[in-house]
Design a protein around this ligand. Sequence first.
Ligand code: M6R
Length: 609
Amino acid sequence: MCGIIGYVGDKDAVPVIIDGLKKLEYRGYDSAGIAVYGKNGFDIVKQKGRLVVLEERLSSLMRENKPLSGHLGIGHTRWATHGEPSDINSHPHTGSKNRIAVVHNGIIENYKQIKERLENRGVTFVSQTDSEVIAQLAEHYYSGDIIDTVIKVSNALEGSYALGVMCIDEPDLLVAIKKDNPLIIGKSNHGNFIASDVPAVLKHTNQVYYLNDREVAVLHEKDIQFFNTDREPLQKKAETITWSMDSAEKDGYPHFMLKEIMEQPKVLRDTIQSAVTDGENRKVLDNIDIIRFDKIMITACGSAYNAGVVAKYVFEKLCRISVEVELASEFRYKDAVINEKTLVILVSQSGETADTIAAMREAKSKSAPTLAIVNVVGSAIAKEADYCIFTAAGPEIAVATTKAFSAQLILLYILAIRFARRLGKIQPEEEQKQIEEIKSLPDKVSEILDRIGSIQMYASTCIGYKSIFFIGRNIDYAIALEGSLKLKEISYIHSEAYAGGELKHGTISLVEENTLVVALSNYYYLYNKIMSNAEQVISRGAKVLLIGNCPKVDQESGKFYHIVLPQVSEIFSPSLSVIALQLFSYYVAANKGLDIDKPRNLAKSVTVE
Ligand code: M6R
């Protein structure tokens, strides 16, 4: 939930690190800090607040003729877990003797025991964080060899960590290690990097190594060495990142979220291409023998879970196979009834979500084969799952997912169609017809994006609502879940999604004047039902926003507003509904003037439980 970066090279580390932190700020943004190896040892500045507060502090130091500068440094942007956001709890942390400085992403589960042990030996702690124990323990162990020290510290830690470590006796050396949290190593012609994610280094290099758990990276300006924890050298191959810096820039849009919404036609085309022609995804799909399974279990968190709920309807309809969808945070502890005949599908943009990783390991421990749908190459889930297919969304920076969600849906559809064919539930002609329809989706998404102005205008009238409910039936209900999540996470308006038929079993008592109900309607045979739900809430004072390709309603009364979507088969309609829902949420939040890309209390990758 935090972002870390480190640099050793011939450039001044300060601007390099600050620039990298900007690309990592999506991971956490309640405080930030930097340490460089300066003329007189470590110089550290850390501040509560957004990165911009740290930048202001660095500028004022410059004005006071006390600029921070050095060729070796580490930086951190934080999402607080242990200890409130404050200057003192911000990273980097040092040991009491100021000999070792550390940035940490993760959670140290045994920090209390370590802290107590060190306190009994006279060490004084200054912060409330779990991370400080790493620096203090490192100083406790240190006797001249920082690499051995990092290995010893790693052996003593329980929990998850990606660490960047500097030592006062090593002005040219950066050491890194990780367990259960991501860390990449970047190799450039002016120096070397560690970082939580590729965008942080992409301006300098497209050559990265993905560090595996408990591998140690030792970086100098001109070389990088890797070791295992027995200090045996490891040979690792650098991978070339094929996407460019543009993906990590706003490109003239006011927010990453809007940019990412607008990118969806291309993302869908690329994802479809990789799965239906001869791309890597296609090869993986061809290798999965669906016939051996009698059940599918989909597990994920947040929006990825919502994609799973949509998929359940699609799989059951096309494949006539039983599908369960479980929140990963529940699945991991519920002793699920799964075995080698269950295909467990994990969906995750980041591939690093702690609960989804745990769910995957739980599935494996019960011999259930795992198939992951992931966006981030080299992520933990991508590496550990038995099969992995990738969404071609490129880096997604906004905390609220849009393009990765749409790409997940597409892969789930294609998976369902391929499985249905393999199971003999559809004939080759039907399979081809469905694939052709999938291929038509990007253009239909573009059609909706071309009408952005009308959604923007309508959304601007909705900022005063205290509560907004989302309803739908069948697959429209599944996508209503995503509409509601999107709205609440970025606009801070209370919102819930319900199956249309469920409203009258309790929730309708919350409907009054100044309530908006968003009704999804893409099912002709359920049209009358959802419309009678709409009438029920209107007669209790609510306004209704209708989204779907059902017959156009009379908007004269002012009680309805209809965003009409292009025609598409019902099972694929979520791919179109979600575009309207994303734009609606985005413009409600934008009209409220909120920090859309970094909503309060959230972070992009939830790598803690
Ligand atoms: O990286 P993941 O897809 O595993 O993340 C899962 C959720 O944390 C994520 O979808 C979250 O709900 C988003 N902020 C929703 O926009």
